[in-house]
Design a protein around this ligand. Structure first.
Ligand SMILES: C[S@@+](CC[C@H](N)C(=O)[O-])C[C@H]1O[C@@H](n2cnc3c(N)ncnc32)[C@H](O)[C@@H]1O
Length: 232
């Protein structure tokens, strides 16, 4: 059974809870007005990145962009990259759409759905250049560890969707999750740490995120990891 079949055969353990954050009026209006243009209406079967974006260029997928500020900043700074953001948090989607419209960004598209299912069912093999998973929910309680997004099966699936040489950038402020991330990535032979062994990325090229700022205020140490997919 492939990683994708195993994931869909089982009753899903979600890596998120739908937070009941209220939409502001502006966020609601942005969702109403701009979803047709920027939020992908998922249909069964793999998406064609060539059809989603105005230009065909390198593709970065951010899983769990939260309120979307860092995705917006990356998309502004890297106009020659397409960004696909996946999250289920509607206030964040509204906020991201507001920013995209304000800055007239054409290189971002959004999916409002469970990323595990999207990777399994809607993303074809070997099409992604980079996957970002920045500050995934840490699920600190032991009985919740199974909800953590970074698990072997899911990262095998991510690997199958990456181009050879494609990268996975992970960040967390929760040391036990950092350990889990390294253990998971070590179990997938095609992933290699850019910085060797258990090396962390000391000066990661990415904006600060909202969740990270909260962690830093609480004195948490932030760590980034960068892996690439070996093979041709
Ligand atoms: C802790 S927040 C971090 C948000 C953002 N990356 C930041 O650093 O500010 C994790 C985000 O991941 C999203 N998320 C978790 N599991 C997900 C999944 N399976 N599919 C899509 N989004 C998910 C949550 O809705 C939430 O917005």
């Amino acid at each position: 059974m492939t990683a994708s079949q195993k994931l869909s055969a089982r009753r899903p353990v979600r890596s998120y809870v739908i937070r009941s954050g209220r939409l502001t009026g502006g966020q609601r209006r942005a969702i109403e007005r701009f979803s047709a243009q920027y939020v992908i209406d998922l249909q069964p079967g793999p998406l064609d990145p060539g059809q989603l974006f105005a230009k065909e260029q390198a593709l970065t997928v951010e899983i769990g962009f939260g309120s979307g500020e860092s995705l917006l900043q990356m998309a502004r700074e890297q106009p020659h990259t397409n960004f696909l953001g996946i999250d289920v948090y509607r206030p964040g989607i509204g906020r991201l759409l507001q920013g995209m419209v304000r800055h007239e960004l054409e290189n971002v598209r959004v999916i409002c759905h469970d990323a595990v299912e999207v990777f399994s069912d809607n993303i074809g093999d070997a099409g992604i250049d980079r996957v970002l998973i920045l500050f995934p929910d840490p699920w600190p309680r032991k009985r919740h560890h199974k909800r953590r997004l970074v698990q072997v099966e899911f990262m095998q699936l991510v690997s199958s969707r990456l181009k050879p040489g494609g990268e996975v950038h992970l960040a967390t402020d929760w040391p036990p999750y950092l350990e889990q991330m390294m253990e998971v990535m070590d179990q997938i032979p095609e992933f290699r740490n850019r910085f060797g062994g258990d090396g962390c990325w000391q000066n990661p090229e990415r904006p600060l995120t909202r969740f990270e700022l909260r962690g830093r205020r609480l004195g948490h140490e932030v760590r980034d990891l960068l892996y690439y997919k070996s093979g041709s």
